[in-house]
Design a protein around this ligand. Structure first.
Ligand SMILES: Nc1ncnc2c1ncn2[C@@H]1O[C@H](COP(=O)(O)OP(=O)(O)OP(=O)(O)O)[C@@H](O)[C@H]1O
Length: 123
């Protein structure tokens, strides 16, 4: 029963450091994150230029956060699968492809929502 008891929590600053370290790893190793951060910068600059309203700006930030967060989870799944097996395996493929699909779905939805935000701002 002891092993299911309360876990000793790390200091908050240590958890924060671990999260930064995970983000840096993805930043150095994943090309997709570069593309997504570049797209996010373009979207934010363009939105400011056309004066997207504040509430819509907040939605845009939430969408950007969602895409980047899902990409980080996708990276975690890729690393975990590679840790578990170096062999080609249908389950490894399923895990990686499903995680990639999560990023893809959210990105497509984000693009559709952003299109409507831009359309609504300009009309
Ligand atoms: N162990 C494996 N067994 C079977 N298929 C695999 C395996 N590892 C990778 N694959 C297939 O190859 C694809 C690419 O895998 P990889 O680990 O290179 O990801 P990636 O190309 O870095 O992905 P991303 O571009 O999203 O970062 C996977 O989506 C999966 O379809």
């Amino acid at each position: 029963m002891e092993k299911y008891g309360r876990r000793k929590h790390k200091h908050l600053s240590e958890s924060f450091k671990d999260a930064i370290s995970g983000f840096r790893l993805a930043l150095f190793q994943e090309r997709n994150i570069h593309i997504q951060l570049f797209a996010a910068a373009v979207v934010i600059i363009f939105s400011l230029m056309i004066h997207v309203p504040l509430t819509d700006m907040l939605i845009i930030f939430a969408l950007i956060g969602g895409v980047i967060s899902l990409e980080l989870v996708n990276t975690a799944v890729e690393r975990l699968v590679d840790l578990v097996t170096k062999e080609r395996h249908p389950m490894a493929k399923a895990a990686k492809d499903t995680a990639a699909a999560a990023v893809w779905w959210f990105s497509v939805m984000a693009a559709v929502i952003y299109f409507f935000i831009v359309y609504n701002t300009l009309h």
